[in-house]
Design a protein. Sequence first.
Length: 258
Amino acid sequence: MATMFEPSLSTSAMRPPLSSADAPSMADSLPNINFGFDDLRERMARFTDRFDEFIAKGRKRVLEERNQFRINVAELQEDQRMKAKDIEILAQKSSHHFAALSAQTAETAEMQSAIAAITQQRDAHAQHRDRLRSEIATYNKQISQRKAAQAQHAKELEAQSKLNIPELDFWETYLGLRIEGAGQVDRLKFVFSHVDERDWEREAWFELDTERREYKVVSCRPKVEEGEVEACVDILNESRDLGAFLRGMREVFVKGMK
């Protein structure tokens, strides 16, 4: 506790007398003052203890906070490392996914190209099939027409054969004619006998080509005038009268042998 200083004497009273040599000293005349050093020392000691305790607690708190900060930093670094690893894994997955998408895109494009080619080929085959069907229908129609024409021709040949039999007998009897095959399709060989008055067994013959509508004589023996043969063939092509043609050819051979 602070002690109030109250001077008991005034400064003028404390001044020693100037005239006396035995007067007391000024220090002896000072009053006894109790400054309370013990209490102050105790208070300072308690303050020092509290200050040291505060410093110790502060240090402990700082250490704890620093340790906690280090722990937090380590945890943050570990989290950052884990997140970096997760990011790396996600990047790899994204790369794999992108590669898979690229492969799927390429495969899809290839499949679409194959589908387009197959579709084009199918359309071409369909067109070819339709064209073949049309051609088959045309051929079937032509075949039917030819069958009908052949049937009609067969009927005509049959009817004509009935008429030709007496005529052939007449040619063979009165013209000395014999009809043979010439060894080729659509070619007939007509052989005459009794055309040479000096040798009735001597024969004359010619081959008639009937492949085309315009008939023609391709060879004959013996040699006769070519113009006379062509004249007979022209008459045959115009009139289609085979009997008159054969009579004309016989006359050509008889004239040639004379």
